[in-house]
Design a protein. Structure first.
Length: 258
């Protein structure tokens, strides 16, 4: 099924120039994997021809489809600027944030495939149940645990060098792009997954925290860090550029040091 959302029934063969702005527009085909649990037994692919500009993002295309063609298209998004982490999805087979994926960076001579991230239960269209992901996150105790209070009226002091040790892993926005790109997680949903380990890393290496040993014990579990097969899918998927595989390796080393 193809649903065009331009006024003309005929697709323009060449990029069009919008008279008022002088900016070229393109007709881009998006093939979206749809699933409505109340109607569908299996997901189905639906294609949409959408008028786009090179400065548009995949999220803009999804908005156009939802607002102008089919209001039932379901996906999560909030900030639209790469901060909230809610719109991770598979775009042409790669996990990305729809709000950070520019049309100009994709090959629009071919259809652009959009589907939900893998490894988590599919709820509707591009929405998955994130609860298993957040359950693993909660399990590693991703908050500061200290055995002592700071001096009255003082902050907990930390050197620049000590802060640097876990700076990379503070950038996580919990989008699940890493965990849902991990083949171990696909085959074994019990694996904590890269995101939980990244967020454990953020506190294990924080000089102000006193519960690193507890977290290392948790991650020394059979579903913990040793399930990682170092495929680097997680690092490639991370929209924040976090060196996820390196963080996992550092946690492995910390477990071995005891
Ligand atoms: S480590 Fe990167 S990919 Fe994984 S949840 Fe955090 S921001 Fe997303
Ligand atoms: S909508 Fe918030 S990260 Fe994309």
């Amino acid at each position: 099924m193809s649903q065009a959302i331009v006024d003309s029934a005929e697709a323009p063969a060449e990029p069009e120039v919008t008279a008022d702005t002088g900016i070229q527009s393109f007709l881009v085909t998006f093939i979206v994997r749809r699933f409505d649990p109340e109607v569908d037994e299996e997901p189905r692919w639906v294609d949409y021809d959408v008028e786009m500009y090179s400065t548009d993002r995949v999220l803009d295309a999804l908005h156009k489809i939802k607002w102008e063609v089919d209001g039932s298209l379901s996906f999560r998004r909030s900030c639209a600027h790469g901060i909230c982490g809610s719109d991770a999805m598979r775009i042409n087979g790669r996990n990305r944030l729809a709000c950070k994926t520019l049309i100009k960076d994709l090959d629009i001579s071919r259809p652009i495939y959009v589907e939900a991230i893998k490894g988590l239960p599919l709820e509707k269209d591009l929405i998955v149940d994130m609860e298993p992901f957040f359950a693993s996150y909660r399990e590693v105790q991703p908050f500061l645990i200290s055995n002592s209070a700071p001096e009255p009226g003082k902050e907990r002091v930390q050197s620049i060098a000590n802060r640097e040790i876990f700076d990379d892993t503070t950038k996580c926005i919990l989008c699940a792009a890493c965990t849902s790109s991990c083949p171990v997680f696909w085959t074994d949903g019990q694996y904590f997954g890269p995101a939980a380990i990244v967020n454990a890393h953020r506190f294990i290496f924080d000089s102000r925290d006193d519960a690193g040993d507890v977290r290392l014990d948790i991650l020394n579990d059979k579903e913990g860090v040793w399930r990682c097969r170092t495929t680097f899918n997680c690092s490639e998927a991370c929209p924040r550029g976090i060196q996820v595989t390196k963080a996992i390796a550092e946690v492995k080393q910390a477990v071995l040091r005891g």
